[in-house]
Design a protein around this ligand. Structure first.
Ligand code: TPP
Ligand code: SF4
Length: 248
């Protein structure tokens, strides 16, 4: 019988251990499919950081270096400079990339490091119980803002992709959403381009993927996906923001 669907080779046999309805599994799959397609499983190093996706080292069947919380791009910088022929990518949540890791993120991007960043924005700190993150929407309920994010007190949510695109040294920046088959296919193309720009142009590539964290949104999985569609996408518009090398 012809097989029409299977596990990417660059995923291990370990099951995903994320909550039901979590988008991390989809993010992992898109990365793994891309590694398979590019044939880089043997010369690729992933950097896992802290957050729910710290567990990705169990799932990606590539070499993985574990970074401290927020320091993924600093670790990736060292790896790429020491091993310029390897493909290096980080897989980071929004608390990781935009809160504790803001300095490392900004400076790696400003230097135009030849790395690929997969940025999972689920609008909160997932692993630690749904606290407010720099990406939390105005009015959004979180465990630390039970009355909803008050932007007069905390400021407006940060659009990381746009900020990083404004830096002259970044090459490819896009934002997509993991909310429907159509959007996931679009996200896959962006993931692929974020790798292509590193491999073919020695450039910095980042793809932000809007993601659902049903547990901390206190929503059923299907409602969490709808929440991402209805609430996140209007504030975080989808599409290619920057593509200076014309990858695609
Ligand atoms: C230096 C340091 N500070 C704080 C923590 C606690 N911590 C672990 S996971 C996490 C939140 C991660 O949230 P995010 O990066 O958004 O990823 P998610 O879990 O939502 O995927 C925090 C604050 C830590 N592990 N290390
Ligand atoms: S807490 Fe949220 S981000 Fe973490 S595994 Fe569960 S649904 Fe996913």
């Amino acid at each position: 019988m012809k097989q029409v669907f299977g596990k990417p080779k660059s995923l291990t046999e370990n099951p995903f251990t994320y909550c039901p309805g979590c988008s991390h599994g989809i993010g992992h799959r898109l990365v793994a499919e891309t590694l398979d397609e590019l044939g880089i499983v043997e010369n690729c190093v992933a950097v896992s950081t802290i957050g729910c996706s710290v567990r990705c080292w169990r799932n990606f069947d590539v070499d993985v270096v574990q970074g401290a919380h927020g320091r993924g791009m600093a670790v990736a910088t060292g790896l790429k400079r020491a091993l310029p022929d390897e493909v290096i990518f980080t897989y980071q949540g929004d608390g990781d990339l935009a809160a504790i890791g803001m300095a490392e993120t900004m400076h790696a991007a400003a230097r135009g490091e030849a790395i690929t960043v997969v940025f999972i924005n689920n609008s909160l700190f997932g692993a630690t119980g749904g606290q407010l993150a720099p990406t939390t929407l105005a009015g959004q309920w979180t465990s630390t803002y039970p009355n909803g994010r008050d932007v007069d007190w905390t400021g407006e949510p940060i659009r990381m992709a746009e900020i990083l695109a404004s830096l002259p040294s970044t090459s490819y920046i896009a934002r997509e959403a993991l909310t429907s088959p159509k959007r996931i296919l679009q996200a896959k193309k962006a993931v692929r381009k974020a790798f292509d720009v590193q491999i073919n142009h020695n450039g910095f590539g980042l793809v932000e993927l809007l993601a659902a964290c049903p547990i901390n949104l206190k929503l059923k999985p299907v409602d969490a996906v709808k929440w991402v569609e209805d609430k996140m996408i209007p504030y975080y518009p989808l599409g290619e923001i920057k593509n200076t090398k014309g990858v695609g």
